[in-house]
Design a protein. Sequence first.
Length: 331
Amino acid sequence: MTALLEVRGLRTTFKLETGGEFTAVDGVSFSVESGRTLGIVGESGCGKSVTSLSIMGLLPKGQGRIAAGSIHFEGRDLATLTPAEMRSLRGNRMAMIFQEPMTSLNPAFTIGDQLIEGIRCHSELSPAQARAHAIVMLRRVRIPSPERRMDEYPHKLSGGMRQRVMIAMALSCEPKLLIADEPTTALDVTIQAQVLDLMRTLREETGTAIILITHDLGVIAELADDVLVMYAGRVVEKATVERLFAYPQHPYTIGLLGSIPQMHLAQDRLNAIEGQVPTPMSGLAGCLFAPRCPFAVDACHQHMPPLTDLGDGHQAACWRAPLDSEMGTAP
Ligand SMILES: Nc1ncnc2c1ncn2[C@@H]1O[C@H](COP(=O)(O)OP(=O)(O)OP(=O)(O)O)[C@@H](O)[C@H]1O
Ligand SMILES: [Mg+2]
């Protein structure tokens, strides 16, 4: 059986004002099966959003492009689709929730109009049927008095409510794949928990596959089946959520998890690893994490480690993997 989504060797670049190109995502491969949730973690700027925009065909025109690799969705090579075919795929077979709901809600139209338009674009429903479906969707994302909310404008809603409306819009066409890019970062903790709960319920009800992008390892632990750890535009570790938390193999992941005392410095673990993330342009010959890595040996500074199979689908790009028990992380 082929996976719902298959990303192979994705390289995404942006034009530099000075000429030349900046590689934001480099050689990223992963697949997502129906009904599974893939978590993507990594600190700011590591290429999580660019990966999802590449999949959705939403890279800024004239600036960003897929320079290498392939993306297959439901067996179709997305590079071969026309812009119109790609548009019809979006919001229909695949949908995305952004960090900031106002990026996808239009302040000039009511919630109801926007939901109905989205639904009618992708179905044969009459206006009245689409309206009824929109109300069902609002109810499904637990918006109180949905009939009344239909006539309100986005700015009248709280952040949590807007995020729910966005989830309702994304899910109104029952996409096979939902990409949620930091869906809860802008929300307070209680609302965060409710939105996550909602995503979990919807996944169970509809079998939608989810790519969940987040800084928050707690969210990953709760919702993801599989995890991709990205660093400086590359995948450095890939494993099931159980294995990743029990036996992290890349020192960067170990740092994120705070499993090493000297790397466990602050509450915000993602930013607690000392040093700066190099850009893929920095010209480092070896592992991009080596300058910050407490385990680095000479080879790490000289050669880029490939993503290597460690068994059970667990992969890490580290010359020192599998890490031994002295490092406190033995499988
Ligand atoms: N439109 C753009 N033009 C040029 N460079 C871009 C553009 N969008 C993103 N980048 C660069 O690509 C790299 C990856 O960015 P991306 O937004 O994917 O990071 P991220 O992992 O989503 O970070 P965050 O956690 O902050 O959302 C960054 O270096 C960023 O500056
Ligand atoms: Mg992002």
